[in-house]
Ligand binder design. Sequence first.
Ligand SMILES: *Cc1c(COP(=O)(O)O)cnc(C)c1O
Length: 425
Amino acid sequence: MTRSIHPIHDFHYKSGELYCEGVKVSSIVKKTGTPVYIYSHNTLVEHFRKIKAAFDEVDPVICFAMKANSNLAVLKALVREGAGFDIVSGGELRKALLVGAEAKKIVYASVGKTEAEIADAIRAGILLFNVESKPELMNIERIAGRMKKTVQVALRINPDVEAPTHDKINTGSLKKKFGIDLSTARGIFLDHKRFKNISINGVHVHIGSQITEGAPFMKAIRTALAFIDDLLRDGVQITYFDIGGGLGIIYSDEKPQTALEFSNKVLPLLKGRALRLIMEPGRFIVGNAGIFVTRKLYTKDNGVKKFMIVDGGMNDLVRPSMYGAHHEIIPLERSEARKIVCDVVGPICESADVFAHDRKLPDVADGKCLALLSAGAYGFSMSSNYNVRPRAAEVMVKGGSWAVVQARETFKDLVQGASIPAFLK
Ligand SMILES: *Cc1c(COP(=O)(O)O)cnc(C)c1O
């Protein structure tokens, strides 16, 4: 019997065993070991198609926010669907080019772009820079001039709205480093003729991440459109309107707006306006497409609390420690074991190394594996080598096939480039 845990992804129990699409997760883990990230190709592309279909009538440039997940197989699967990329570094630019992304579907945000990063992006011929400050704009003008190129630029405006999400992923208020305040941005647009090598013809807004309600988006979008209308009245033409990312997903009991509900609100506002829409979804596309599998080492009871200790840690998946994020945790084999209330913790020497607080879970036998669901976004991409731990392997499943798409790091990888200087020898 097949029972979906969630209608939103392709991880489900069949005869009591967790499957990803047509592959038994435990059969993967037997080969790869733990911890390991496993991605469903179908869930990934279906989410991309959902956004594409919802906004189809305006044919937007959909730029997957690579920082959510920069695994090459994930990127390639999205390129094959027609995705572009929202990048934030020179490294992300190189990954985009490596998987054959069209340069004209790449947009580049970041509050601190270096000279080399700007030059590389100009050389690659990206669609536009999302500029986050006046000094950055002057830099791009100067570098483009030196390269004898004209480049397109959108200004990332800061609409000064507080999105109801975790403070660390709230980006649309003036207390945050992101974007340019409206009056400075307006001044730059009105002054656009003084720039010889940049064409300032886009407006960008991104107010944060994991926003489940429609209202804050609409507030930011309305603010941006009013800003654009004011510019039009003053004779400034805007070609691109980039509404960023930030669409929330289901981790437990959230009821985020669907892509269709979102487009039903946004599209009417664009009617009659000659604006090319750009979108930058990250989490929405990849969040539910991945799980993180970790092995239970043992349970420890200190008389006050029980701790289920697993072999994955905050270096592998930092969202619970960093954002207080919730991930559903389920065993790979449906378990009849007695349920206990425990903290699920990793081996890292930090009190924050906790995947779940006071969670009711079956007390599975030591050595059994657990899956943390909805771990596809900001999982592996935020992982580190803290505590000299090699980063986990990554696997992609497509139908009945699977492949390791990122090998587990080895100790050799960890000491690569390190050396003991002569004066210590
Ligand atoms: C992080 C980010 C995104 C993606 O955010 P999600 O919440 O993953 O959709 C899009 N645009 C910019 C500029 C970002 O920084």
